[in-house]
Design a binder for this molecule. Structure first.
Ligand SMILES: [Zn+2]
Ligand SMILES: [Zn+2]
Length: 196
């Protein structure tokens, strides 16, 4: 699972490498720009206005109009959802013009959308890190009961995301409705689809 708090892996807009001076040496791993969709400005070329974790607003454009990777069978720039752009670079456009992120030809299909706002994505990231982080035992997501060795006391994983676990049916029901897993389950699933 990704560590969203890692600025090398999830840089803000201003921390992105510039498109005109490729980083040298090349970064060792992929990095991802996470930004919440504010507005779909598409006229011809797919274009969205987004906001990153630092509060910076900017445009993301898809140069070849390839957005097959977005949504299911079509473009779905939903306000409030989070755009995930792998290996994003910042294009400075000279004086008086705001910098943008251009998704180059052929890369549009690699862009994904998480069905949640940036705050919710970071919250879920922190929870996932708590569940899966090194040295942390599995716990019931509702009551905090620790997993035990005996098979009959092992926790049951949520069948939706396979990540969150519960000690009993009652805790699962409570976790789903009262504690809000209903809203997070599909987001965790999309996070897993991208990063695991
Ligand atoms: Zn429990
Ligand atoms: Zn789930």
């Amino acid at each position: 699972m990704p560590i969203f708090a890692d600025p090398a892996l999830f840089p803000s807009f201003h921390e992105l490498p510039s498109s005109s001076t490729p980083p040298s040496p090349a970064p060792p791993a992929d990095w991802f720009l996470l930004a919440q969709i504010k507005e779909d400005m598409t006229i011809t070329k797919p274009t969205v206005i987004v906001r990153d974790r630092s509060g910076a607003d900017f445009a993301v454009t898809f140069e070849d109009g390839d957005h097959r990777g977005l949504g299911h069978g079509g473009i779905r720039f939903r306000k409030g959802h989070t755009l995930v752009v792998p290996r994003a670079t910042r294009t400075d456009r000279g004086e008086g013009k705001q910098a943008i992120v251009r998704v180059p030809p052929g890369e549009g299909a690699n862009v994904r959308i998480l069905p949640a706002g940036l705050d919710q994505v970071f919250e879920i990231g922190a929870v996932l890190d708590g569940i899966e982080g090194a040295g942390k035992g599995k716990k019931c997501a509702a009551c905090g009961k620790e997993e035990e060795e005996e098979v009959e006391h092992q926790l049951m994983r949520c069948t939706g995301c396979g990540v969150v676990a519960y000690c009993s049916k009652a805790c699962q029901v409570r976790g789903w409705s009262e504690l809000g897993h209903k809203a997070n389950c599909k987001v965790i699933r999309s996070i897993k689809e991208i990063w695991s």
